[in-house]
Design a protein around this ligand. Structure first.
Ligand SMILES: *Cc1c(COP(=O)(O)O)cnc(C)c1O
Length: 817
């Protein structure tokens, strides 16, 4: 069977569009939902989906990026581009599903479908590792398991594939039928069913039944009865079933799990015989995911010996790109575990949005299982690298080396990872952003180790997707046309400098704001081109402000006159701060006449914006004062406007202002803490995502006898004795002394453990009595479970302080997927 080729007319036919006239012949190879990520513009079909932002708003961007094929649902856009093919449908998402379903139905390959609350992506990736020797596998990229992710995954099926592995995730009732009709699994695998996402469902049983709809037509169903409790056997899908359990009789009944040397040895009863396997991981979640894979191999007919042999070689799945500091002033984007075209495109997008170094380098291995000839594949990749502004390519592997002539850029090639490593000293990496992307068998982690700086035991992980999600959340609350100034002062509330600004620039916020000139200069040096407002422009730095094209906040006449004195050009943008009740900085009403006099007498400056700050936008108690502030602000900006005779931006709203006082949006809002996942006005809201996770590890364990004490001043007393874990985080890292003596808690293996004794400068001690812990175990200081908000409450402060206190010596690692 050869793969289908879809020309645009064929697609129109699949969508049931009558009288479609082709404007431009096109063969569609890619379905695209983001106007920015375009690999092959000629072969792309853009879907204007209506999500948090309406995709119709991005049609022009997509067109500018070369796309000429569109699926839309708003008739008024039908004639937008005369030379493009525009397919008008009722429902764009449904059209995406229809095309995916059609493609699926052309091939009768075997398909494994995976659903459950946790572990779907790991199980999918591990089954891929376990089965790749016997099949040409097509699988969901990353965790593409939603109403949008599934069709994009299923579209990738071609004639060369002999096995598909797809995951499906749902968040409310009636979502699974659509996913099931696209995936059509022959084998169903249920990972587990927890309380997660229970909001969209009436009950756990309803959620479970909805999930199981994926497997209605499956031949084989693999599950643990613990997760289907409450259902009768008749409710379970699958012509045949294969069960596994740690607790009850099952086809694969786990007898015991024993940790040895960071691995887990497992024995089980399988058809009356005792069998064994070794899962090469120590954590509970990996053991469970490993058992699910074991059950799947056995259910598919692999012998216990073969299954054991393969499971032992499982490797950790890293689905996220990691941005770290590298050697010789480089930044390293580490994606050393996978190489396929769609994940390469995502990684290149991330590379492309880095501005901090003049040069962008890609280290890429051979790519397998694409179903394309090397010539076609590497021609496509070469075009992609051009489009994403890669300056230098280092290709590793025989295939990419043979295709060297296709790459028209600085490039070097090595037959193997070892050959690269042998030549490493001669490569002179310096001041560049390096993306390391390789298929698993190339072991590119050896390369990352050479070029990335080692991250210490205590790290703050920053989830850039969560940050982008939070930005999107607040944008969805804005009236049309309202601009966003993102507050990146104080190292972006502790989370980073250019790393955050690059992302915000990519997502097209309108302004950035920093507290000090230095912060603005760092951003400019890292290639940030957005307008940047400096809130405390020290007169000694006026020169630098102008040199780096930063825009000062002006809060009194002296600053204004001083700044004007420095200017050699006209119309320099400034921002006027008005005091409407904070009584911190800013012009008050009586100051206005002097201010306006200066402004009308000079051409040197131009008021870009006028702003004020709300003192209690998060609290209903202050609503009346908030209204009063807005009235004052409106009155004062009107006065300014009458004199200046030109338009300027007005802004007064901070994070909680956006969520609680939509009428305060004016022309722009200043979004701060909300970006980083907090909003005092949205206490029980789950819409905001956790951005920062602070973690460390256990350095040493001590066993104490009754009445021995811990730490300085003998403050930590254990009357009955117990076990103490010392962790490498102290007040110099930002873990306040106020957390001492049991006030603070950390999470180890999901259990909360209290501090003992006082917090030291670089360390503190935890009471881990009764817990099975050892040196090197991970310790969570804060994450989504143990939130910064909880920590703040414990010591009587606010999340802002907890976040910004995390000191610069704690290394930041940025994740992107
Ligand atoms: C920090 C700051 C903000 C942002 O406030 P959030 O509550 O973090 O959204 C807005 N405006 C000014 C002037 C600020 O200093």
């Amino acid at each position: 069977m050869s793969s289908l080729i879809y020309n645009i007319k064929h697609i129109a036919g699949i969508l049931g569009i009558k009288n479609f006239e082709v404007q431009k012949d096109a063969i569609i190879s890619k379905l695209v939902i983001d106007s920015r990520s375009v690999i092959d513009p000629d072969g792309s079909l853009f879907f204007a989906l209506k999500g948090q932002r309406d995709g119709h708003g991005f049609l022009k961007d997509a067109y500018a990026n070369g796309i000429r094929n569109f699926v839309i649902s708003e008739a008024k856009y039908t004639r937008l581009f005369p030379d493009a093919n525009i397919l008008l449908v009722q429902d764009v998402l449904l059209a995406l599903h229809t095309i995916a379903k059609y493609n699926r139905n052309q091939y009768d390959l075997k398909v494994l479908g995976i659903t459950g609350s946790n572990g779907k992506t790991i199980v999918k990736e591990w089954l891929y590792q376990l089965l790749a020797a016997d099949h040409n596998i097509v699988r969901s990229p990353k965790s593409f398991n939603s109403q949008i992710g599934v069709p994009l995954s299923v579209w990738e099926i071609t004639a060369i594939h002999t096995l598909g592995i797809f995951e499906a995730g749902i968040s409310k009732t009636d979502e699974m039928d659509a996913l099931a009709s696209m995936i059509k699994p022959n084998v169903g695998i249920l990972t587990n069913v927890g309380e997660a996402h229970a909001e969209g469902f009436v009950s756990l049983k309803e959620k479970l039944l909805e999930k199981l709809k994926l497997f209605n037509d499956a031949d084989l169903f693999i599950y643990a009865p613990e997760y289907t409790a409450g259902l009768s056997t008749d409710d379970l899908p699958g012509k045949t079933k294969f069960s596994w359990s740690k607790k009850q009789q099952a086809d694969l009944q786990i007898l015991f799990v024993e940790p040895i040397d960071g691995k887990n040895y497992i024995r089980a009863d399988f058809k009356g015989i005792e069998i064994e396997c070794l899962i090469p991981f120590s954590d509970q979640a990996s053991v469970e995911n490993g058992i699910i894979c074991w059950a799947t191999l056995l259910a598919l007919g692999y012998t216990p010996e073969e299954a054991d042999k393969r499971l032992e070689k499982l490797t950790r799945v890293s689905m996220r790109l990691e941005l770290k500091n590298g050697i010789n002033q480089c930044s390293v984007i580490d994606d050393s575990y996978s190489a396929d075209i769609s994940s390469l495109a995502i990684a290149l997008d991330f590379l492309n949005l880095q501005n901090q170094h003049p040069k962008k380098t890609l280290i890429l291995s051979d790519i397998y299982e694409t179903g394309k000839t090397n010539r076609v594949l590497y021609t496509e990749i070469a075009a992609l690298l051009k489009q994403k502004h890669v300056d230098r390519l280092i290709g590793i592997g025989t295939h990419i080396s043979e295709s060297a002539s296709l790459f028209d850029m600085e490039a070097s090639f090595y037959e193997s990872t070892q050959a690269f490593i042998d030549n490493f000293p001669a490569l002179h990496f310096n001041n560049e952003t390096i993306l390391v992307k390789g298929a698993r068998r190339f072991e590119f982690e050896r390369i990352s180790k050479l070029i990335a700086q080692k991250v210490h035991d205590t790290v703050m992980e920053i989830d850039l997707n969560a940050l982008a999600g939070n930005l999107q959340f607040y944008r969805s609350k804005l009236l049309p046309g309202v601009k966003v100034m993102a507050m990146v002062k104080a190292f972006s509330y502790g989370s980073g400098s250019f790393e955050i600004a690059n992302l915000l620039q990519y997502h097209k916020v309108d302004y950035l704001a920093v507290a000090y000139t230095d912060e603005g200069i760092s951003l400019r040096k890292a290639g940030i081109t957005l307008p940047i407002m400096v809130m405390s422009p020290e007169p000694s730095a006026f020169d630098a402000i102008i040199r780096y094209n930063l825009e000062p906040e002006i809060y009194n006449i002296e600053i204004l006159q001083g700044f004007i004195g420095f200017l050699k050009t006209d119309q320099y943008p400034i921002h006027l701060k008005i005091d409407t009740g904070m009584h911190r900085l800013g012009f008050e009403e009586p100051d206005l006449s002097d201010l306006l006099k200066v402004l009308t007498e000079t051409r040197k400056v131009k008021v870009a914006s006028v702003f004020s700050h709300l003192v209690g936008s998060e609290d209903g108690l202050h609503d009346e004062f908030t209204r009063h502030q807005i009235e004052r602000f409106t009155a004062m900006t009107e006065l300014i406007s009458e004199t200046l005779h030109y338009p300027f931006i007005r802004h007064i709203s901070n994070t909680s202002g956006i969520s609680r006082h939509p009428e305060t949006q004016l022309e722009m809002v200043r979004l701060g803490i909300g970006l980083y996942g907090f909003d005092a006005a949205l206490k029980n809201n789950t819409a905001l995502q956790t951005v920062a996770i602070l973690k460390t590890t256990i350095t040493q364990i001590k066993h104490l006898k009754p009445n021995e004490t811990v730490g300085y001043g003998r403050k930590g007393l254990l009357p009955k004795g117990g076990t103490i874990a010392t962790v490498k985080i102290g007040y110099a890292d930002g873990y306040s002394r106020a957390f001492g003596n049991g006030t603070g808690r950390m999470l180890i293996k999901g259990k909360l453990v209290p501090t003992v004794g006082v917090i030291c400068m670089d360390m503190c001690m935890l009471d881990v009595t009764g817990l099975d812990v050892k040196t090197g175990d991970e310790v969570i200081v804060f994450n989504n479970e143990l939130s910064i908000a909880q920590l703040a409450t414990q010591i009587g402060t606010i999340p802002y302080e907890i976040l910004t206190n995390v000191s610069q010596r704690v290394k930041r690692v940025y994740f992107y997927e």
